[in-house]
Design a binder for this molecule. Structure first.
Ligand code: SAH
Length: 315
């Protein structure tokens, strides 16, 4: 006889009371540090799937499946869904609840094995799925936990996965930074990198009450329409230099651009040479780097790269 546990429930708990009951039954205690704030509102969940335009040609990565509430709606429209959930008990809850959906798989792992590395099993599986059929598109849809929001977004954009679209629910602080304009307090490394790789649109705000338990802060849904080819065309062989310059500028926000660049100690670029570069580009050397827009950063990096390498690539 095949034994099936009577606690195995193959429907996703979609109300606060059913969620509480499932947690009680499985000994699940919520962990604040993992950003466990569940989104149960059917209309909002459907609107996220609709915003992402999920269809049968999409492979979807969902970071943090929780109990599977968003996952099941994604599974109804997508070709396949890969969920990733770090919490072992929550993961097994969502695996059981989603088991009738054959196109959904949930892995119990930390999405990021380091600040800049996606779990290799997750990458391998997604690439395998994408290569399994022609004409498939990779989208990321997630109610992204706060603790990994910034590194996850940057790693997905910089990395090799062919992500074309992200629809993310984030704390407003992060969506403000994604969409920030030069010279504002919110403008930083995340803004510049995200804007290099994608078009950003804040779709709607979400008040804390739509989550259970309610976080202390406002959230928003944001879309990133990713164009990695455009980014690679803008910085074909000098992304590392771009990243180093942007990071240095925002590490010392109050320094002038010239002083930030000097701090980098770029080979054969003394003060005079840097002043020449800025002059050529029409960038006032006393400006703070944090006032540069994306185009200015790109132009600066291209010019410096040419001087360092004499046109050669940095690999
Ligand atoms: N998608 C669900 C749950 C969102 S809460 C919903 O919308 O209701 C965020 C989820 O991310 C939690 O379940 C949490 O355990 C998970 N999580 C947090 N850090 C993670 C990480 N590093 N890797 C994978 N999952 C993570």
């Amino acid at each position: 006889m095949v034994y099936t546990s009577d606690t195995m429930n193959t429907t996703v708990p979609d109300t606060v009371s059913s969620l509480k009951a499932a947690f009680r039954e499985r000994g699940i205690f919520l962990k604040k540090r993992l950003g466990q704030n569940f989104l149960l509102d059917r209309n909002i969940l459907r609107s996220i799937v609709e915003t992402a335009g999920i269809c049968e040609h999409d492979v979807v990565l969902e970071i943090g499946t929780g109990a599977g509430n968003l996952t099941q709606y994604l599974g109804e429209e997508a070709h396949r869904v890969l969920g990733v959930e770090i919490d072992r008990r929550l993961c097994s809850l969502s695996q059981d609840a989603l088991s009738p959906h054959k196109n959904i798989q949930v892995l119990n792992t930390d999405f990021l094995t380091s600040k800049t590395t996606i779990d290799p099993d997750v990458e391998r599986l997604l690439l395998e799925w994408l290569q399994g059929e022609s004409g498939l598109t990779l989208k990321v849809v997630s109610n992204l936990p706060y603790s990994i929001s910034t590194p996850a977004i940057i790693t997905l954009l910089e990395g090799g996965l062919p992500v074309e679209m992200m629809v993310l629910t984030l704390q407003k602080e992060i969506t403000d930074r994604l969409a920030a304009r030069p010279g504002t307090r919110e403008y930083g490394v995340l803004s510049v990198i995200a804007q290099l790789f994608s078009e950003i649109r804040v779709v709607r705000d979400l008040s804390p009450e739509v989550f259970w338990p309610s976080p202390r802060v406002e959230s928003a849904i944001v879309t990133l329409t990713v164009d990695k080819e455009r980014a690679h065309a803008a910085l074909p062989d000098n992304y590392r230099l771009f990243s180093a310059i942007v990071r240095t500028v925002f590490q010392s926000r109050r320094k002038t651009l010239l002083n930030s660049l000097l701090k980098l100690e770029l080979p054969s670029l003394d003060r005079e040479a840097l002043l020449d570069v800025l002059n050529t580009l029409g960038i006032e050397p006393r400006r703070r780097g944090e006032t540069l827009d994306l185009e200015e950063f790109v132009a600066l990096v291209r010019e410096i790269n040419t001087l360092i390498n004499g046109g050669k690539t940095d690999g």
